[in-house]
Structure formats: structure tokens, C-alpha cells
Design a protein around this ligand. Structure first.
Ligand code: SAH
Ligand code: SF4
Ligand code: F3S
Length: 468
């Protein structure tokens, strides 16, 4: 695997913009405005990548539409995190044979994390002949060149070589929400948790320069963005590869000092690299949301070791204790895996007890899914599927109870919320901790912060009323 970082030069980017203009001309000659559809699977990192893909398509003259039907270009930006995610993509990819039959000129591309796996690329080559091109995340910035090649030669084209992880500054982005923005601050991951495919498909950790990130944030805020979410697989190791004397907490503090009325969120934090400095920084700046997504994965120290997570149960609990001591209103969420190879009933119960002890507002719960090429896929896994399903159901039932109780505790409180949309006749809003609130009110309020008194709750959301 290639481990170097390549910073894509301005000259290389200019070449790509030249391809955008050639594509534009290609369609002008045909006297047609072409259309494109981008479908995104997986995490926010992929959402952010899709915004760049749409940006490049728009630069190439494409109008973006919201379905594959009749689109001249369809891009499937895929996720490889669990088998189920891949199966969905293969199913939907198969269904595109129909849209292509109705529109034979349609060009179909597959990109994202699945495109970083050799066996997936082979399967596409052999069994999905209607796919015209494949590019891995390392080649995203070369999409205009790939598209131009496919349009002009008609040949299937694969940009899937194992390249050095790259950073390309200055790619156009088409954001569909002006209120909220994702900002990638780093790419890749060095952690190699034994169950996880991400380091194999997204390469090594590489951080964007602080000045580039700050500049992007300033522009977003000047353009009316009210909520910025900083993205990375492990934001707490930001800057380690840069030698710029700045860590993630320093970056957060600098963003929080940009003038304007906005909130900063970030994900994901790895417990191994999160610490007091981060929590003190969060506590010190009102613009940093008191919300923390801190995946624990398992409550058993033995399982955590087998997962290569580099912390144990006690260290995790100590982190949470400190974070709550400096931020009493902290909203905590987490990821957890049930049925890691060899997980015993007792170890699973340690997970349940950790959940009860911490009291998360919400959990993202997953059943272990073996990923080809990762160490955990080769570990002995004697627990039957039915037993894993039972554990999963027990865990969800416990968390639902906790979420319900925590949500009930909101009733009567008045909180500052960002009004962000509508749902039927009601407005939707988010608390600083990221909880969803539905409330009656004037849609003109969308985009502003307001004081909301919570009047009701369910497991998943809250209802409220605007304060006069
Ligand atoms: N970088 C983030 C997580 C990215 S993946 C972090 O370290 O927290 C999101 C979540 O998917 C993980 O936290 C984990 O809970 C889950 N996950 C990853 N690989 C998985 C696998 N093979 N099976 C089941 N769940 C998995
Ligand atoms: Fe995967 Fe672990 Fe990296 Fe998260 S930190 S992306 S779980 S290897
Ligand atoms: Fe999926 Fe890739 Fe994200 S595997 S979870 S889209 S980093």
C-alpha cells in the first residue's frame, strides 16, 4: 500500500479544469444541457466528497438532478464499511441496467470506498458491464479526465491504482445546504482497528493546512452558514503529519474565534487521542457545540484490545467523566459493535453496563460484519448469528429506554436552537447538542437561532415552542 501524501499541484488541477471545459464544449456542440445524478452511501466524508463530485460536474456544464432516470451521468459514491452497505450498492447498481436501457447514452460511474477494494473492482469488471468507469477516493480529483475519456472513447475506464493519498485544494464544491456545511479537515486513517476497512480504502492520515481550513470556514460564515461540522475519521490526530505546531484543539479554538453567529461541530473523535485539552477547549468557547461523538465500540477491555483500539474500559470512562465535569450539559453519542469475534456473554454484558453507566443520548449500533483483508475477518467467531441478533436487540432496547429517559428530562427546559427546516406543518430545529426538535412557527425563521422551550419528547426527538 502506498503511504506517501501527494499534494495535488495547481498545475495538475488546472489540467482537470481544462477537461471540464472540453466536456462543456462536447455538449455545446450537441446543443444540449447534460444532466447528472450523484447517489451517496456511507458517512459524512462521502457526503462531502459527493459535493466535490457535483461541483466538478457542474463545472463541466451538467445540471444536477435528483434521480437516475434520464440522467446523462450517474455516479454511485459507495461505502464499504459493512457487507450490507455493499449489497445495497450492488442491488442498486443492477437496477441501473433499466435506466440505461431507456437512455442508452447514460454513463455510469462507481467511486468511493468500494472502489478501493480489488475484489469489488474485479466484480464490476466482470459482472456489471453497464458501468462505464470506476475511480477510487484517491482519484476523485481526476474525475473530469475520466469522464472526458469515457465520453470521447466510449471505453470502460478504471482509475483504481493504489496511489499515494492526496490532498487537492481548490476543487469546486456544490453544497446543497447554505445553513450547514461539512468541512473535511483531514483524510484517511492510521488506526487499523482490526474490524475496519477504512484505512485500506482511504489510505493514510493526512491533514489539510490550517490556513486552508480557516479560509474555507471564513468564506462559509460570510456566506451565511450557521453550522460547520469538521470531518475526519479521527479528528483528534489532526496536524500530526503537518509539523505546523497546531493540534486539533488549537484548530478548533482558531475557528471559534472567527467573528459571526455560528456553531462548530466535529466528528469523529477517537478515545485514544481525545483528552483534557480538547474538552477544556470545548468548554471555553461558546461557539463549539457541547456535543461529542466518542465511539467506544465495546465495554470489555479484552475485546477493545482485540479490536486494536488502544484504550480500555476504565480509560474510556475516565475520559467521559472529565468531559462531563467541564461540560455538564454535554450531549454524548457513540458507536458500538455487537458480536465481535469471540465476544462472550459476559463481555457483551460489560458493553450493556458501560452504556447504562455513561447514559448516551443516542447510539449507532452495529453487528460485526467481516471485511475481507482485515485481521478480524480471519478471527475465530463461534457465536451463532441468532445469538448476535438477540444481543443486538437487547442492546437497542436498553438504549431506547435511556434515550427516552434523557429526552423526558428536556421537558420544561429552554434551549437555544437553530431552526433548520420544515416537517409537514411544523418547523424543525436542532439543539446545541444536535437533538431534533419539532415546533410550530413561521418558516421565515429558518436560518436563525431561537430560544425554544421543550414541551414533549419521544425516543428519537423533542417537541417545543418558540419563546416570545
Ligand atoms: N472513524 C470512526 C468510525 C468510522 S466507521 C471511528 O473510529 O469512530 C463508523 C462505525 O462503523 C465504527 O465506529 C464502527 O462502530 C462501525 N464499524 C466499522 N467497521 C465495522 C465492521 N466491520 N462491522 C460492524 N461495524 C463496523
Ligand atoms: Fe476505522 Fe478505527 Fe480508523 Fe475509525 S479509527 S476509521 S474505526 S480504523
Ligand atoms: Fe463507508 Fe467509507 Fe465512510 S467505508 S463509512 S463511506 S469512510
Amino acid at each position: 500500500m502506498n503511504t506517501k501524501t501527494t499534494v495535488i499541484s495547481q498545475e495538475q488541477l488546472q489540467q482537470q479544469f481544462a477537461f471540464c471545459h472540453k466536456i462543456r464544449q462536447y455538449w455545446l456542440d450537441k446543443n444540449r444541457i447534460p444532466t447528472a445524478y450523484v447517489e451517496t452511501y456511507g458517512c459524512q466524508q462521502n457526503e462531502a466528497d459527493s459535493q466535490q463530485i457535483r461541483g466538478l460536474l457542474s463545472e463541466s456544464g451538467y445540471a444536477i438532478q435528483d434521480s437516475a432516470e434520464g440522467a446523462d451521468v450517474v455516479v454511485m459514491n459507495t461505502c464499504a464499511i459493512r457487507e450490507h452497505a455493499e449489497q445495497r450498492v450492488f442491488g442498486n447498481l443492477g437496477a441501473l441496467t433499466h435506466t440505461k436501457r431507456r437512455h442508452p447514452e447514460q454513463k455510469i460511474f462507481l467511486c468511493g470506498c468500494m472502489a478501493g477494494q480489488e475484489q469489488v473492482v474485479e466484480r464490476i469488471r466482470k459482472s456489471y458491464p453497464h458501468v462505464n468507469g470506476v475511480f477510487s477516493t484517491h482519484h476523485l480529483w481526476q474525475f473530469p479526465q475520466l469522464l472526458y475519456q469515457v465520453l470521447t472513447t466510449g471505453k470502460r475506464t478504471f482509475y483504481t491504482q493504489d496511489e499515494a493519498g492526496s490532498i487537492a485544494e481548490g476543487l469546486p464544491q456544490l453544497r446543497d445546504d447554505t445553513l450547514k456545511a461539512w468541512v473535511s479537515i483531514m483524510y484517511g486513517c492510521n488506526n487499523f482497528c482490526t474490524y475496519c476497512i477504512v484505512p485500506y480504502v482511504r489510505g493514510r492520515e493526512r491533514s489539510r493546512k490550517p490556513e486552508d481550513i480557516l479560509q474555507e470556514c471564513r468564506e462559509l460564515i460570510a456566506g451565511g452558514t450557521k453550522e460547520i461540522t469538521l470531518l475526519g475519521q479521527n479528528v483528534n490526530s489532526y496536524g500530526k503529519d503537518l509539523d505546523c505546531g497546531m493540534d486539533f484543539s488549537d484548530l478548533l479554538a482558531q475557528i471559534a474565534q472567527i467573528p459571526g453567529d455560528f456553531l462548530i461541530r466535529f466528528m469523529t473523535s477517537h478515545p485514544r487521542d481525545a483528552g483534557k485539552k480538547l474538552f477544556d477547549t470545548m468548554a471555553a468557547y461558546p461557539k463549539i457545540a457541547k456535543q461529542l461523538h466518542l465511539p467506544f465500540q465495546s465495554g470489555s477491555s479484552r475485546v477493545l484490545k482485540a479490536m486494536n483500539r488502544h484504550y480500555d474500559r476504565e480509560q474510556y470512562l475516565e475520559l467521559v467523566r472529565y468531559a462531563k465535569s467541564v461540560m455538564p450539559d454535554l450531549v454524548l453519542t457513540s458507536d458500538v459493535i455487537v458480536g465481535f469475534p469471540g465476544e462472550t456473554e459476559e463481555e457483551f454484558e460489560e458493553t450493556l453496563s458501560l452504556i447504562s453507566q455513561v447514559g448516551y443520548d443516542a447510539l449507532f449500533t452495529f453487528i460485526f460484519s467481516p471485511r475481507a483483508g482485515t485481521p478480524a475477518a480471519a478471527m475465530e467467531d463461534p457465536t451463532p448469528k441468532e445469538e448476535k441478533n438477540r444481543r443486538f436487540d437487547r442492546l437497542c432496547a436498553l438504549q431506547n429506554q435511556i434515550s427516552e429517559t434523557i429526552h423526558e428530562g428536556y421537558i420544561g427546559k429552554t434551549l437555544r436552537c437553530l431552526i433548520d427546516g420544515t416537517d409537514k406543518e411544523l418547523l424543525t430545529a436542532r439543539t446545541e447538542g444536535g437533538r431534533l426538535v419539532r415546533l410550530p412557527g413561521d418558516p421565515n425563521l429558518i436560518g436563525s437561532f431561537a430560544q425554544v422551550t421543550i414541551t414533549g419528547s419521544t425516543t428519537w426527538s423533542l417537541t417545543g415552542q418558540l419563546e416570545p
